[in-house]
Write a protein that binds this ligand. Structure first.
Ligand code: ZN
Length: 395
């Protein structure tokens, strides 16, 4: 137990945290124009406290440094366009300097987090309670492999645990595997150093056939994990390419409400669930809504895709006048809940994700959600009343 306690006290390195994010929300999924992943910091640096925010605002950087955090994970990247100088005379330069001087590393999880299964758009779909959710615009497919391993019974649990991190999540189910018992045979030849049996003698061993689904691009790592966990000198395993329809990866999501509602009612419910007080609506308030397409942030460019999949409504933020007119012309309803309200839900979700996954990996690091950012937009009514677009308050 003593060594277990010591192990639990271990602080992660920056590269460990980046690796944990990359495993669930691969940076390789990001759009080509994006800039995600490690932005500032030394990969070998030990991380004590992490802060999560939507934007790398100066106030957020100050809050993180004040609280003793040495890693800030944001959705929007601080370093986006190529920098020609890092000068305190620009907002970005000043923030980069502030982070470096404050010992604060920066990691961005932007469009990789929008696109990945279980990322921001799935969060948004869950928040408004959509069912049968799928990508709105497919940008690629995840090829799958059936990975079959033969393991002596006593080592089955250990090998399966070593492979679980590489098993495909099926819908809302992780750690999926199947095992059947049988007998393995082998005859060690001269030069072999068998874990079981002896050279020159045919061995029969009670084994389990363990099978899991693995993403093709992660197969190499799964094999490496198998080789280090399996007791045999030469583990037997098979990798079968599958003809199953591979998992679509894509932008935005589309799904169904369990009951149809009027556009007016739908808009009110979404405003309440996103905590943004009000939303801008395009379309007949009495129109019936059942199929909803959505894209967090600025997603009006997916209007044609929403029409193509037969959605009654596209929910997004940052809708411009001519995009609203376009929606009217194409006969689809639009809800603009704002960029902030459709994305700020990532803050608590990423904080919880990092807390759970760091703990699961045996690391100890505090993870905090920022309290220093709120929607920059405020609605002002004719009687001069100001209504913040979002319930979140600034410090
Ligand atoms: Zn955004």
């Amino acid at each position: 137990m003593h060594s277990f306690t010591l192990w639990r006290m271990h602080k992660p390195r920056l590269s460990d945290v980046v690796g944990i994010i990359n495993k669930k929300y691969p940076f390789a999924l990001a759009e080509p124009w994006d800039n995600v992943g490690l932005q500032i910091g030394a990969p070998s640096e030990q991380i004590n406290k992490i802060m999560v925010a939507l934007d790398p605002l100066p106030a957020v950087l100050e809050e993180a440094i004040f609280l003793g955090c040495n890693l800030l994970v944001t959705h929007h990247p601080l370093i986006f366009s190529p920098l020609r100088q890092i000068s305190s005379s620009t907002v970005t330069g000043s923030s980069v300097l502030k982070a470096i001087q404050g010992g604060l590393a920066l990691v961005a999880m932007h469009t990789n987090y929008d696109i990945a299964f279980g990322g921001l758009n799935d969060l948004l779909a869950a928040k408004i309670r959509l069912n049968e959710v799928r990508p709105l615009k497919t940008v690629g497919h995840e090829e799958l492999v059936k990975f079959v391993v033969f393991v002596p019974t006593a080592h089955h649990a250990a090998v399966r645990s070593a492979l679980f991190p590489y098993a495909v999540q099926i819908g809302n189910y992780r750690d999926c595997s199947f095992s059947t018992t049988g007998q393995g045979t082998f005859l060690p030849l001269a030069g072999a150093q068998p874990a079981v049996g002896a050279v020159g003698s045919l061995e029969q061993v009670e084994e389990l056939r363990l099978e899991l689904l693995v993403h093709k691009k992660r197969l190499g790592k799964a094999i490496k994990a198998l080789l280090s966990a399996h007791p045999y000198e030469e583990p037997a395993f098979d990798c079968y390419p599958l003809l199953n329809e591979s998992l679509p990866i894509g932008l935005g999501r589309v799904g169904y409400l369990s009951e149809q509602v009027s556009l007016r009612g739908c808009a009110a419910t979404i405003a309440e669930r996103l905590g943004c007080g009000s939303v801008r609506m395009v379309g007949d308030p009495e129109r019936i809504i059942r199929t909803i397409a959505l894209c967090s942030g600025s997603g009006a460019s997916l209007l044609a895709d929403a029409v193509r999949v037969g959605a009654d409504l596209l929910l997004t933020g940052d809708v411009k006048y001519h995009e609203a007119r376009d929606a009217e012309a194409q006969g689809i309803a639009l809800l603009d809940a704002g960029h902030f309200a459709t994305e700020q839900l990532m803050v608590d979700a990423v904080r919880d994700f990092l807390s759970v996954e760091l703990d699961r990996a045996g690391y100890q690091a505090e993870v905090h959600a920022t309290k220093a950012e709120c929607d920059p937009f405020t609605t002002v009514t004719t009687n001069g009343l100001c209504e913040s677009k979002h319930a979140l308050c600034c410090m």
